[in-house]
Design a protein around this ligand. Structure first.
Ligand code: S3P
Length: 167
């Protein structure tokens, strides 16, 4: 079973994916890291060189063509569920889990903004407004997930418990 963790930047997808994979004793795959390694660039550098539309194409191809092992936990980029048929593809090929977090909590967790091209020059107030706006646009996609979990104060153990019955 492939478990796809989705949610806004800063909700902790990568960390929770690692924790969950270690509990389930399976591989963890971070799709942004796969793209960065394959392209020999950070995500910020890729955006700078090729723009967002090109990144979204590459993200879509990487999601669909990665040679996933039978069982794994996959951390996805925050925008991935909202482009093409990515959400439908994840639901058809595994289980999707939306890690939900309130905008103020996301702001306080997004310290290192430089590596995130969409928010790199924002102060806290601009970031809060951006998140509120983007989250309302993205929620219809995120909420297609088969499981929605409040990501605040969540660890691998709690996430594993919530997944019982789904996997
Ligand atoms: C993005 C989120 C990032 C990365 C890219 C775009 C977004 O991933 O894919 O910067 O559109 O929300 P994280 O959610 O891991 O920061």
């Amino acid at each position: 079973m492939k478990i796809f963790l989705i949610g806004f930047m800063g909700c902790g997808k990568s960390t929770k994916a690692k924790q969950l994979a270690s509990r389930l004793q399976c591989e963890v795959i971070d799709l942004d890291a796969v793209i960065a390694e394959q392209e020999g660039k950070t995500i910020a550098e890729y955006f700078e060189a090729n723009g967002e539309a090109s990144f979204r194409q590459l993200e879509n191809q990487t999601l669909k063509n990665y040679p996933y092992p039978e069982t794994c936990v996959v951390a996805t980029g925050g925008g991935l569920p909202c482009f093409f048929d990515n959400m439908e593809w994840m639901n058809a090929n595994g289980k999707s889990v939306y890690l939900y977090m309130e905008p103020p909590a996301l702001v306080s967790r997004l310290h290192n903004r430089q590596k995130r091209p969409l928010i790199k020059d924002m102060d806290d107030e601009q970031l809060l407004q951006f998140i509120e706006h983007k989250l309302s646009e993205r929620s219809p996609f995120y909420t297609k997930a088969q499981l929605i979990v409040n990501a605040f104060d969540l660890d691998g153990e709690k996430l594993q418990q919530k997944l019982e019955g789904l996997i």
